[in-house]
Write a protein that binds this ligand. Structure first.
Ligand code: B1M
Length: 233
């Protein structure tokens, strides 16, 4: 504690500081979260480690108490804003890896769903891995996805859904692509907390991605397959 009774984040060891980030995220203390992210980076932590161990884990804890009715929407919004502030600091570090160009991805959260933290994280990690990312934001109807595909001609379409009520919308998008005879021209990857592999298969996606790191690996392996196919044709 400093003389004025404020907790001096610098005085905490790494473990205590990460615990403090979880608490500050829970309490929606944006400036404290930002300060701790800077301190951890200054101590040599890799940006991805700060992201996963401090921010994502903190948001997981928020999610548990949200589910159990201990936290409510306004508090979770504050936590989400603090998380986004931390991600904002990490973003340039995560995307500036100088990775060779891999391909292009259009990504967006489906219609009816306003959750965007996970989708943003996937976008950042994909950029860091060398993908060009066109982010459509939240609440996307099928027309928005199709318009973006038409305009940007991506290799990959990524869809995110965090609600059991919105995840079936992915099938609407994929079925419309099938109707238009364009489904097979794109790699379709889906993700979001309530999804699983079985669901992805059932809606006709190419793969389910459990997290951002898996999304990057999956995207890379599908791109490698695509290049091999093009080479053999
Ligand atoms: Co919402 N919410 N929420 N919420 N919220 C959940 C999803 C919920 C599980 C909470 C709970 O009850 N435990 C629950 C859904 C229950 C269900 O459907 N069965 C829920 C609910 C009910 C709601 C509301 C309906 C609440 C209400 O109004 N009564 C409402 C819905 C609004 C709407 O969308 N129409 C709502 C609102 C909100 C806030 C606005 C307060 C806020 C969102 C702020 C924002 O995103 N800007 C919010 C939050 C923050 C959450 C929780 C707590 C955290 C989500 C998050 O950001 N996680 C969440 C609890 C939970 O998920 N356990 C919850 C961190 C993030 C890094 O993880 O998003 O899973 P995640 O992303 C991961 C992977 O899933 C994957 O990679 C990411 C990174 O590793 N991934 C992809 C995600 N998208 C991908 C796309 C890909 C690939 C991988 O494409 C290729």
């Amino acid at each position: 504690m400093s003389d004025d009774g404020e907790l001096d984040l610098n005085s905490l060891n790494d473990e205590e500081l990460v615990q403090q980030v979880h608490d500050d995220l829970y309490d929606g203390l944006k400036e404290e979260v930002e300060a701790a992210v800077h301190i951890l980076l200054g101590r040599g932590w890799a940006p991805y480690k700060v992201l996963t161990e401090a921010l994502v884990e903190g948001m997981r804890i928020v999610g548990v108490d949200f589910r159990d009715g201990i936290l409510f929407v306004p508090e979770v919004l504050l936590a989400a804003n603090s998380m986004k502030a931390g991600m904002f600091i990490l973003r340039p570090l995560l995307i500036a890896t100088g990775a060779p160009r891999q391909g292009k991805m259009v990504i967006g959260t489906v219609k009816g769903d306003i959750h965007d933290i996970g989708k943003n994280l996937v976008g950042m990690m994909m950029e860091g891995a060398g993908f060009e990312v066109i982010d459509l934001g939240i609440n996307n109807p099928v027309e928005k996805y199709l318009g973006a595909i038409e305009e940007h001609k991506p290799d990959i379409l990524g869809m995110s859904a965090l609600l059991t009520t919105t995840m079936p919308y992915m099938k609407v998008v994929i079925d419309t692509m099938k109707e238009k005879g364009m489904r097979d021209d794109y790699i379709v990857l889906v993700g979001g907390a309530p999804l699983n592999e079985e669901f992805a298969k059932a809606v006709g996606a190419d793969a389910y991605c459990r997290d951002a790191a898996v999304a990057v690996e999956t995207a890379k392996s599908f791109m490698a397959r695509k290049h091999n196919q093009m080479a053999s044709n």
